[in-house]
Design a binder for this molecule. Structure first.
Ligand code: NAD
Ligand code: TYD
Length: 359
């Protein structure tokens, strides 16, 4: 393998698979993709790379240090891009253990093996090596309606087991830079949406429930605010951060699209009314306000000026253009949807939404 190889973890998940596809398309250099294939990992996302020698898939856990060491020694990547995580807040409320295991311990083990690998490198190979850690704006906690958006120096105040586990991993990455001089890059992004997102998250869940004429569950009063980032814009930003980001730096990545949840749901309903009309009916009639998520953060917003000024990145999509593409993608990819909405997914829906009660 050449010095151009990168090691991606969690590359069969939503953002990871979009990143791998984007990388091979834009950079054309090889990717080792280490993924445990949890419920959220799906090789179907990467079926277009089935016969592509530049994509080497390895089923495994980032906690498996022997495997990680073996992959690093064999393929000698110049970068690690760490997407692997448990990523859903509601699941972290039902069962936080896996989040600690993967997000905290897994990141720690990956960092340890990276250090050991660097000991074996010399000269240019050692100098260029970098570790890009993908994190979330949720580590900064919840904003009030008039608060300024999160910057890279906003204090960490995570509120869910998910965001606490990501915060812990960010701190480990920071410490490995400061203590051991590891070339680290951390990105904290807002809510992603787009193709291949597992339908436990708001956008695909609403699209698929609507298409099945099922209630559209909105937590609480529906006035919580998120900033929405189209996944391909995120992938472009990550390629730029990897190429040009400065060691030890943090970059916030946002779409500049703050929206209330209820407005997101209404927008999806209007698009479906246009693209998949049901005679005499409106999808919005399915909206159902249900009992709120415990500890539900009220508002996230990202100040993305640093990456804009320093690395010259800005998102291409507005929420309106990105959500239209996303709804159309799900309509065009019902075979993919069918392949992932199996027994396990139905059990999750029952656990999170069955007998939940109204708001
Ligand atoms: P996802 O849940 O869709 O995918 C996670 C992937 O990691 C899956 O393929 C899964 O099989 C794999 N994985 C889980 N545990 C693993 C382990 N121990 N070893 C190896 N692989 C493992 O997540 P996503 O939405 O693609 O998010 C990717 C990253 O981006 C995560 O770190 C997440 O915290 C972060 N992030 C996501 C969002 C978002 O809106 N989706 C927003 C901000 C940050
Ligand atoms: P989600 O997609 O789970 O992302 P996150 O919690 O990481 O922001 O949820 C986005 C917003 O939508 C969040 O405020 C919770 C809300 N939500 C609902 O109202 N109903 C749902 O069924 C889901 C999954 C989320």
């Amino acid at each position: 393998m050449t010095e151009k190889t990168i090691l991606v973890t969690g590359g069969a998940g939503f953002i990871g698979s979009n990143f791998v596809l984007n990388w091979i398309n834009q950079e054309g250099s090889p990717v080792i993709n280490l993924d445990k294939l949890t419920y959220a990992g799906n090789l179907g996302n990467l079926s277009s790379l089935k016969n592509d020698k530049r994509h080497i898939f390895v089923k495994g856990d980032i906690n498996d240090r022997t495997l990680v060491q073996e992959l690093l020694t064999r393929h000698r990547p110049w970068a690690i891009v760490n997407f692997a995580a448990e990523s859903h807040v509601d699941r972290s409320i039902h069962g936080p253990e896996d989040f600690i295991q993967t997000n905290v311990n897994g990141t720690f083990h990956l960092l340890q093996e990276t250090r050991a690998y660097l000991e074996t490198l010399e000269g240019e190979e050692k100098n260029v090596f970098r570790f890009l850690h993908i994190s979330t704006d949720e580590v900064y906690g919840s904003l009030g309606p008039d608060d300024a958006p999160f910057t890279e120096s906003s204090p960490y105040t995570p509120n869910s087991p998910y965001s606490a586990s990501k915060a812990a991993s960010d701190h480990l990455v920071r410490a490995f830079h400061h203590t051991y001089g590891l070339y680290t890059l951390t990105s904290n992004c807002s809510n992603n949406y787009g193709p291949y997102q597992f339908p436990e998250k708001l956008v695909p869940l609403i699209i698929l429930n609507a298409l099945n004429w099922k209630p559209l569950p909105v937590y609480g009063d529906g006035l919580n605010v998120r900033d929405w980032l189209y996944v391909q814009d995120h992938c472009e930003a990550l390629r730029i951060v990897l190429a040009q980001g400065k060691s030890g730096e943090v970059y916030n990545i946002g779409g500049g699209n703050e929206r209330k949840n209820i407005d997101v749901v209404q927008t999806i309903c209007s698009l479906l009314d246009e693209l998949r009309p049901v005679s005499g009916q409106k999808y919005a009639s399915l909206i159902s306000f249900i009992k709120d998520r415990p500890g539900h953060d009220r508002r996230y917003a990202i100040d993305a000026r640093k990456i804009g000024h320093q690395l010259r990145w800005k998102p291409e999509e507005t929420f309106e253009t990105g959500i239209r593409k996303t709804v159309q993608w799900y309509l065009d990819n019902m075979e993919w949807v069918k392949s992932i909405t199996s027994g396990d997914y139905q059990r999750w829906l029952e656990k999170n939404y069955g007998n939940r009660g109204t708001a």
